[in-house]
Design a protein around this ligand. Sequence first.
Ligand SMILES: Cc1cc2nc3c(=O)[nH]c(=O)nc-3n(C[C@H](O)[C@H](O)[C@H](O)COP(=O)(O)O)c2cc1C
Length: 381
Amino acid sequence: MPVITNIEDLRILAQKRVPRMFYDYADSGSWTESTYRANSTDFEKIKFRQRVAVNMDNRTLRTTMAGQEVFMPVAIAPTGLTGMQHADGEILAAKAAEKFGIPFTLSTMSICSIEDIAAHTKAPFWFQLYVMRDRDFIRRLIERAKAAKCSALVLTLDLQVLGQRHKDLKNGLSAPPKLTIANILNMMTKPRWCLGMLGTPRRSFGNIVGHASSVSDMSSLSSWTAQQFDPTLSWDDVEWIKKQWGGKLIIKGILDEEDARLAAQSGADALIVSNHGGRQLDGAQSSIAALPGIVDAVGDKIEVHFDGGIRSGQDVIKALALGAKGTYIGRAFLYGLGAMGEAGVTKCLEIIHKELDLTMAFCGVTDVKKVDKKILLPGTF
Ligand SMILES: Cc1cc2nc3c(=O)[nH]c(=O)nc-3n(C[C@H](O)[C@H](O)[C@H](O)COP(=O)(O)O)c2cc1C
């Protein structure tokens, strides 16, 4: 067993253990992947100011995100097909998040269902909603999230149409995977993954199959998804969803200052600066480059959260310094999950926590709520 000291170690192990189709699904962006790459490389340009002889004792990373107390300002981002990175993946990640004291967000396109997560955890989790044309299905999904006592609804606005990821098309991505010769040969090299999958009944889209009309098998699901994501989605729909839900609302997928102002006007509790991890509009700005302008545009009218490209606690603190009140990790936790299941997600959270804590200390700050631009080197952001 290799010694795991950083997120890259988890990625390498996940690549060994997860079937190619699902590893590629996680580790890819749309088209040329330029935005996917920029999400990470733009972080590297930002430099810290090292401070010395400052009392660095008694540090705390505790704060709140959308009114909820968190052990550190990092939540698990919603990711589709997580139960294909590892058997029962969403349940395992939710358990790791609960033990760590941070929010877990369940995707609409998850393998484990809303009810599965509620049955295996005690802490309230967050539910991410994609808006589909079938408004009755959306209404029922919202009711199910309420019944499961979800404490926030994360409404994703940047996937009215789907960005093209070449590898998914070439690999013939599906859940469960089709038993082609190429897939069988590849899966034979991933015995742990296969064993896990044989031991769970959860192998298709748990929130959808059996809940949406005319979806009973996977072949009709893929065409249903393609037809169902609603290209007409507007701010009026956001208002309708806000009314249906009636609880904390977080708007995900904001990359433009004008849209950020509209999100603030919508009365949502928070917005997430996000380009969907570089999976939608290739050629769009990196999330970290978009963050300062959005923070300036909305002021304190709405809480600003951030995701995209976070692979370390140092990336988290850079986003906080530029005005985010909380952050989300997507691939970082997926690599942990694919590498080692629940223990891998916990490892990912421990790594990020330690890097965040030590970096804050080096910059001479002891309370994460006090992190601001002053910890960054002028001219590098
Ligand atoms: C494999 C994968 C699946 C995703 N599925 C969803 C999803 O179902 N809903 C959603 O709102 N965002 C989804 N996202 C976007 C993430 O929520 C998040 O915005 C992104 O992963 C952040 O970038 P990072 O992976 O660099 O941390 C997905 C991302 C990945 C990598």
